[in-house]
Design a binder for this molecule. Structure first.
Ligand code: IPE
Ligand code: IPE
Ligand code: MG
Length: 235
């Protein structure tokens, strides 16, 4: 399962607050979502926190986002570890990421690397197209002959290639687009677009999204009546 956490700026604007207040308020939604997903038995959760395109935002907003990510990691690392959450970060290629934040990210990844209850992938400085280009480069570096490049071999060269295809993507705030998110892995995902703005997203919204997912009929291009989806197996 994955979340495109959108609507922080609008949440703040509705309260006549600066956009950064919306990012600050997002922390509670992140923590609630991780816990709700974990207790629902979801083993793979990806959260889109910062895109390769988000570097275009005003420097002050980018700075605040970097500081907030660092604060959230430092504050919640022990609890995430205690709850068996394996944390890792997808992206992280840009030298503009402040070194102390990069260090905290490495520390959290190392601390939690043996946990197995849930894998939490934070897409941070992430771009789906960049990942695909990286996979192509990796294949070329490994001198894989063209005729051996299948979808399966290609997927093995993506970053964090053990991440399963995403079954369900939730994008909050009513926006309905992919915004360069895990393009390879969402090829056959079901999407739900709750109107709630991300800082207001809570466990109850997650249950509603899982209900919507259970009502979908996934066909994968076939015409036979497919097996009903179940929330339990959602990845
Ligand atoms: C999502 O909220 C957070 C990030 C992209 C980092 P936005 O900041 O995109 O909020 P809106 O879309 O302007 O409301
Ligand atoms: C996508 O949201 C990135 C994250 C949620 C981190 P944006 O708000 O940046 O996407 P666009 O610009 O509306 O497509
Ligand atoms: Mg947005």
């Amino acid at each position: 399962m994955a979340c495109v956490m959108d609507g922080n700026g609008r949440w703040a604007a509705r309260r006549s607050l600066p956009r950064t207040a919306g990012h600050e308020a997002a922390e509670a939604a992140v923590i609630d979502t991780i816990e709700a997903a974990r207790s629902a038995g979801i083993q793979w959760l990806s959260l889109y926190a910062f895109s390769t395109e988000n570097w275009q935002r005003p420097a002050g907003e980018v700075d605040v986002l970097m500081r907030l990510v660092r604060r959230t990691i430092r504050k919640h690392a022990p609890a995430l570890h205690a709850r068996g959450v394996r944390c890792r970060f997808l992206g992280m290629a840009d030298p503009r990421i402040p070194p102390p934040l990069a260090q905290d990210i490495t520390d959290l990844t190392t601390l939690t690397s043996d946990n197995r209850r849930m894998t939490l992938t934070i897409a941070f400085d992430h771009g789906g197209r960049r990942d695909i280009v990286e996979a192509a480069r990796s294949l070329i570096r490994a001198a894989v002959p063209a005729e051996q490049v299948t979808e399966a071999t290609f997927a093995r060269h993506l970053p964090y290639s053990d991440t399963p295809d995403v079954d369900l993507v939730i994008r909050t705030s009513g926006e309905q687009r992919i915004s360069n998110f895990m393009l390879w892995q969402v090829a056959y995902a079901e999407w739900v677009f709750p109107r709630v703005l991300w800082p207001d997203f809570r466990a109850t919204h997650l249950w509603e999204c899982l209900d919507a997912y259970r009502r979908r009929q996934r066909r994968f291009g076939d015409v036979r009546r497919p097996a009903a989806t179940t929330g339990e197996g959602v990845r």
